[in-house]
Ligand binder design. Structure first.
Ligand code: CP
Ligand code: NVA
Length: 307
């Protein structure tokens, strides 16, 4: 009964599966742009539990389910028994008996693993304190569309060794690229993820060193959701890690700049960076929709396919 396929991390798929989901995302984008109706998830229902705020993740999953012919139900812990202490495993048993998939945005990653262990339907990580794998599907689709395969390329992650950075580390393994992380002392990514990646990932202090010759530069907010009380300290420590046009000039001529958004202009990026020709943050945001539709099709639709 607990045999459903989950997507809690990029490591839950093989490299081939990840690539095929991304390629499918490009096809689904084309179908939508051509106005072709494609509804393989008719009558299917996705539950979406959001313990943290979201614009892109909520919209892309909700719009994506509707476009695929299904429905999505937004669940906030404030109005469900989850917020009143009902055990997560109990919630998983009940919810998964009524839904076809569940997306969860949460704090502790263990909430996801515990839910998944008790769920009979696929569970998708919509961001945890540790990982943000759906964002990487969109980022990898965006790179493929603009520049082709990322295999063998060099990627620079600038700033906090946070959930996004950890997912970039997993992407380096799964998509076979070199990753250089530049972060202040004490804000390195979790050693468990670094160990998994071996020499595919290098941690440095100097953002210039990380960016030199890179084909993709990516960053994220300095203060993630749940860390708000550290904001002042982080603003000071991360100041040398702002990504500017001048920093990008040190990268490869065909570098792309990505930001998962929301962006704080004047903090992790200069005021003008998203207007730079090298920035593809809006494409990235749109691709959340297409890549996750491909993910939903991959996880939810197979049961409908003839054997
Ligand atoms: N990038 C991203 O996940 O955005 P939201 O927090 O708006 O969902
Ligand atoms: N690292 C950020 C990503 C937001 C999409 C956070 O966790 O708040």
């Amino acid at each position: 009964m607990m045999s459903a396929r989950h997507f809690l991390s990029l490591m839950d798929c093989t490299p081939e599966e990840l690539l095929s989901v991304i390629r499918r995302g490009i096809e689904l984008k084309d179908l939508r742009n051509r106005g072709v109706l494609f509804e393989p998830l008719k009558n299917r229902v996705l539950g979406m539990i959001f313990e943290k705020s979201s614009t892109r993740t909520r919209l892309s999953f909700e719009a994506g389910m509707i476009q695929l012919g299904g429905q999505a139900i937004f669940l906030s812990p404030r109005d469900t028994q989850l917020g009143r202490g009902e055990p997560i495993g109990d919630c998983a048993i009940v919810m998964s008996s009524m839904l076809d998939a569940v997306m969860i945005r949460t704090y502790a990653h263990s909430t996801l693993t515990e839910f998944a262990a008790n769920s009979r339907v696929p569970v998708i990580n919509g961001l945890s304190d540790d990982l943000h794998p759906c964002q990487l599907l969109a980022d990898m689709q965006t790179y493929l569309e603009h520049r082709g395969s990322i295999q063998g390329k060099t990627v620079a992650w600038i700033g906090d060794g946070n959930n996004m950075c950890n997912s970039y580390i997993e992407a380096a393994i799964q998509f076979d690229f070199q990753l250089r992380v530049a972060c202040p002392e004490g804000f390195e990514p979790n050693p468990q993820f670094l160990a998994q990646a071996g020499d595919r990932v290098q941690v440095v202090r100097d953002p210039k060193e990380a960016v030199a010759g890179a084909h993709l530069v990516s960053t994220d907010v300095w203060t993630s959701m749940g860390q708000e009380e550290e904001t002042a300290r982080r603003l000071k420590l991360f100041a040398p890690y702002q990504v500017t046009r001048e920093l990008l000039d040190l990268a490869a001529d065909d570098v792309l700049f990505m930001h998962c958004l929301p962006a704080h202009r004047g903090e992790e990026i200069s005021m003008d960076l998203l207007d730079d020709k090298r920035a593809v943050a809006w494409d990235q945001a749109e691709n959340r929709l297409h890549a996750q539709k491909a993910l939903l099709e991959f996880l939810v639709a197979p049961a409908y396919r003839p054997a």
